[in-house]
Design a protein around this ligand. Structure first.
Ligand SMILES: Cc1cc2nc3c(=O)[nH]c(=O)nc-3n(C[C@H](O)[C@H](O)[C@H](O)COP(=O)(O)OP(=O)(O)OC[C@H]3O[C@@H](n4cnc5c(N)ncnc54)[C@H](O)[C@@H]3O)c2cc1C
Length: 167
């Protein structure tokens, strides 16, 4: 069991000024609900963003701004996956736009069918671990496979949050 108060993201890329000689990365930049197991992957992506910012030819844009912008791009996708997943908990006070809610419902369907189908499971793990982009979930052959498996009588999962509360 672990206790985790909230996902937390800090937008240093939006600052107008930043102290020379300092940078922020890892959980200090963005920390996620550990259940999704993405913190170290994202910290590594931020490391690559820093490497690229250091290698790029010098411009009038200071290093910190180039780095924080690139790091923010690395954080965007896992942030939406994690906060989208967490928003399905009844305790969440975050109401998502309709498109995000529909996408979330489809992702839940992918997750449920992954328990019953090896190919769906493999793709789910790849997307979850940032090896494949979420767009892979929307390839026609994959969508058809998910729908085909979902049409079978799958056992209903408990409502989101019920297991955590019971624990
Ligand atoms: C329960 C749990 C499970 C997780 N499971 C996974 C997983 O399966 N996969 C995954 O990718 N990520 C996972 N994570 C997330 C991952 O651990 C973090 O994203 C990652 O450790 C962040 O690295 P970091 O260097 O930013 O911070 P940290 O690893 O927290 O390092 C910060 C360090 O700074 C030190 N420190 C703090 N304050 C001071 C101070 N004032 N002076 C000096 N030192 C200080 C701390 O002692 C610590 O050693 C999990 C996290 C938790 C809590």
């Amino acid at each position: 069991m672990h206790k985790y108060p909230a996902n937390a993201r800090r937008h240093y890329e939006r600052l107008k000024r930043f102290p020379e000689g300092l940078l922020v990365m890892g959980d200090a930049l963005c920390s996620f609900n550990p259940t999704y197991a993405q913190g170290m992957t994202v910290a590594s992506l931020e490391g690559l963003a820093l490497r690229d910012a250091l290698r790029a030819p010098a411009t009038s844009t200071p290093l910190w701004r180039r780095y924080f912008r690139a790091a923010a791009r690395a954080v965007d996708l896992p942030w939406s996956l994690v906060t989208g997943g967490d928003s399905s908990y009844p305790e969440s006070n975050w109401s998502q736009p309709l498109a995000a809610r529909l996408t979330g419902r489809y992702f839940t369907m992918v997750q449920r069918t992954a328990v019953h189908d090896g190919a769906v499971f493999a793709m789910f793990i790849k997307v979850q671990n940032l090896v494949e982009p979420p767009a892979a979930f929307f390839k026609p052959a994959f969508v058809l496979r998910v729908l085909r498996v979902a049409r079978q009588q799958l056992p209903q999962p408990p409502p989101a949050g019920a297991v955590a509360r019971a624990t």
